[in-house]
Design a protein around this ligand. Structure first.
Ligand SMILES: NC(=O)c1ccc[n+]([C@@H]2O[C@H](COP(=O)([O-])OP(=O)(O)OC[C@H]3O[C@@H](n4cnc5c(N)ncnc54)[C@H](O)[C@@H]3O)[C@@H](O)[C@H]2O)c1
Length: 271
């Protein structure tokens, strides 16, 4: 046992085998004595201070076991794009309910929930949103994120279990489209946003937009100012990737009229 115990005893990361889970994994040991990594997919060998627990979010018993002994959660597991209804239902709706039920039973102090910009994707790109703007999901995936956000609100109001819902924009190595120049979230800013979400003294139920310091702004994070998040990166360093000076959003491109981009005309799918 160290003379200086880390802030959390056991921090759980779901979705640890996913794109963002693999980015986050190396950074979590600084915050917790034990980092519990979970996914359906392979996670390799446990490193120092790591535990690996495979669990299906849709399996209630497995989730109750997964949360046992955990005091904070980064919930990044589940379906991360528009997909078949049953897959979304099981992983993102039944699964997030299992997560909160098990988190409450385990006495978890705080959850950081990877929500999505697709919870508000049917807002026009001409509108600036804040945390109190109505949700306007752009597909069944977005609807599932709205469910998760509302379940988190219920667990806070009823049980005092705090959650920061991060409406992540586009967390990738660099913007792949002109839309992502607006929604871009640099990986280091994501990690900083998670750090702020874990360590702000009181978060209650907070909605925060996961974006870097980009030039164009659809989202205003003033109502999440208590997190103290200050992005250090911006998509502007990638502007050379999009030299085309054509207007964005473009009048003849429906996807570009809405914040959710191509998701507004994808699906719904029934598996
Ligand atoms: N990457 C982004 O820019 C972005 C944007 C908005 C929101 N998000 C959200 O962040 C989270 C992580 O995103 P990502 O890009 O790493 O996604 P990803 O698809 O790469 O990873 C998700 C992980 O969840 C796991 N998973 C799926 N169903 C499961 C189940 N039933 N039980 C257990 N595990 C299951 C998958 O195996 C996968 O490893 C997701 O919740 C996603 O919706 C990401």
């Amino acid at each position: 046992m160290s003379d200086h115990p880390k802030p959390f005893q056991r921090l759980l990361l779901t979705g640890a085998a996913g794109g963002l889970g693999r980015v986050l994994r190396p950074h979590l040991g600084q915050w917790a004595e034990v980092v519990r990594l979970s996914d359906l997919d392979g996670l390799g060998q446990a490193g120092p201070g790591e535990e690996i627990v495979h669990a299906d979010l849709a399996d209630r018993g497995a989730m109750l076991r997964l949360l046992d002994g955990v005091d904070a959660v980064l919930h990044f597991g589940g379906i991360s794009v528009e997909a078949g209804w049953n897959a979304i239902l099981q992983a993102n709706i039944v699964g997030v309910h299992h997560l909160y039920e098990a988190a409450h039973a385990a006495g978890v102090r705080r959850v950081v929930f990877a929500s999505s910009n697709h919870a508000i994707g049917f807002h026009p790109t001409t509108t600036q949103l804040d945390a109190d703007s109505p949700t306007r999901p752009d597909g069944l995936y977005g609807v599932s994120k709205c469910f998760g956000e509302q379940l988190a609100r219920f667990y806070y109001d009823r049980f005092g279990l705090e959650t920061v819902c991060l409406r992540i924009g586009s967390a990738f190595p660099q913007p792949a489209t002109r839309r992502m120049m607006v929604t871009y979230l640099h990986y280091e800013d994501l990690i900083e946003l998670i750090r702020c979400s874990l360590f702000a003294p009181r978060v209650g139920h907070t909605i925060a937009y996961g974006m870097s310091d980009n030039d164009a702004l659809w989202w205003n994070n003033s109502k999440a100012a208590h997190l103290g998040y200050r992005p250090r990166h911006s998509s502007r360093v990638h502007a050379h990737l999009f030299p085309d000076s054509a207007a964005y959003p473009a009048a003849d491109d429906r996807a570009s009229q809405y914040q959710g981009g191509p998701f507004v005309s994808t699906g719904p799918f029934y598996d």
